[in-house]
Design a protein around this ligand. Structure first.
Ligand SMILES: NC(=O)c1ccc[n+]([C@@H]2O[C@H](COP(=O)([O-])OP(=O)(O)OC[C@H]3O[C@@H](n4cnc5c(N)ncnc54)[C@H](O)[C@@H]3O)[C@@H](O)[C@H]2O)c1
Length: 307
């Protein structure tokens, strides 16, 4: 049986990417093997969710850095052991579940039958484009139909949320004039297979969640800058008044202020009248000072004593 390949990107925005692939129009059937490229925060979380589900013949986690792969293995094992102890997942042995993942510095899936390839490398457009170009060359279909269609049909977006093993939502993104129905259905089934909930979104900035969350966070900063209320009072208000698990400032510290700034920059550059977004001097200055939130020990709150 000819191997069939399906590609997905873990990126925040798919639109500017130009992909040229060979493909085939046949249906993929159920995804049996997964390869994740990039073993950082998101990639390792996706690999962990796939391993926990126990539904795949093989899971390959690839990274250019062996050090990152070693860190990913350790992180996945620790997370599985903790979730098992808290009875949040039903597994017998964290080590056995971790061993379902093959860690590799080469782009070499254990098995390439009905393979889904998920890209989770840093948000650098050129690196992502090059990766997909290389993938397409390496995984082109050996079916002759493949010569006549482009790989865009087999390409869609899966937007996971951090921390992946705990967050149930995945936005499944259909690219314009790209993702075909069969690919979209296969991605929906994959999301169910890893016991998450999928929602469909067009390929628009921020998809659903960030399109609402980012302006909300920027508006909170504007309130702070005007002196309407303190960060702590705004957080308390949104937690107790709107039932949010975190207030906007806690959330920004969790996500990282550099990430927040990256999204705002990208949206502003689009010059889209439907996408007005406030650019905050406060955040620019904090990023310049290296106050990026939890990861640097200081953001809107101080975390230096909390480790
Ligand atoms: N962090 C989040 O909260 C979050 C949420 C949703 C989506 N995302 C998106 O997911 C993607 C990954 O983010 P992350 O936070 O996991 O990043 P990360 O920096 O934690 O990990 C990226 C990994 O990719 C590896 N890498 C870099 N270039 C590579 C290449 N060419 N081939 C293979 N591996 C390569 C790096 O060594 C690193 O281990 C980004 O596009 C990001 O925007 C992140």
């Amino acid at each position: 049986m000819a191997a069939k390949y399906l590609f997905s990107s873990c990126t925040k925005q798919l639109q500017q990417q130009q992909f040229r692939y060979f493909s085939q129009t046949q249906s993929l059937n159920r995804i049996e093997n997964v390869m994740i490229i990039g073993s950082g925060l998101m990639g390792s979380g996706v690999a962990q969710s796939c391993a926990t589900s126990g539904r795949f013949n093989s899971i390959t986690l690839q990274d250019v850095s062996q050090e990152q792969l070693d860190k990913a293995r350790k992180r996945i094992h620790q997370s599985l052991a903790k979730l098992k102890e808290q009875k949040r997942i039903n597994i017998d042995d964290a080590e056995a579940v971790t061993n379902r993942i093959t860690f590799n510095t080469q782009i070499k899936p254990v098995d390439d039958k009905n393979l889904l390839i998920i890209e989770a490398i840093p948000e650098l457009m050129e690196a992502k484009q090059k990766l997909f170009k290389d993938l397409c060359e390496q995984f082109k279909s050996n079916d002759s139909i493949g010569k006549h269609v482009t790989c865009k049909e087999r390409y869609g977006g899966l937007h996971f949320f951090n921390p992946v093993p705990l967050m149930k939502l995945v936005e499944i993104v259909r690219t314009e004039n790209g993702t075909n129905d069969k690919t979209f259905e296969d991605l929906q089934q994959f999301v169910k297979d890893i016991e998450k909930v999928g929602v469909a979104s067009k390929d628009t900035p921020g998809f659903i969640v960030n399109r609402l969350l980012v302006p909300y966070m920027q508006e909170a900063v504007r309130m702070l800058e005007r002196g309407d209320a303190t960060a702590s009072d705004i957080d308390t208000a949104m937690k107790l008044g709107a039932g949010y698990p975190m207030g906007p400032f806690e959330l920004m510290d969790f996500v990282g202020l550099d990430t927040n700034q990256f999204i705002v920059d990208a949206w502003q550059k689009r010059n889209d009248p439907n996408l007005t977004i406030y650019r905050s001097k406060t955040i620019d200055e904090m990023v310049k000072r290296g106050e990026l939130g939890r990861k640097t020990g200081k953001g809107f709150y101080d975390y230096s004593q909390k480790k």
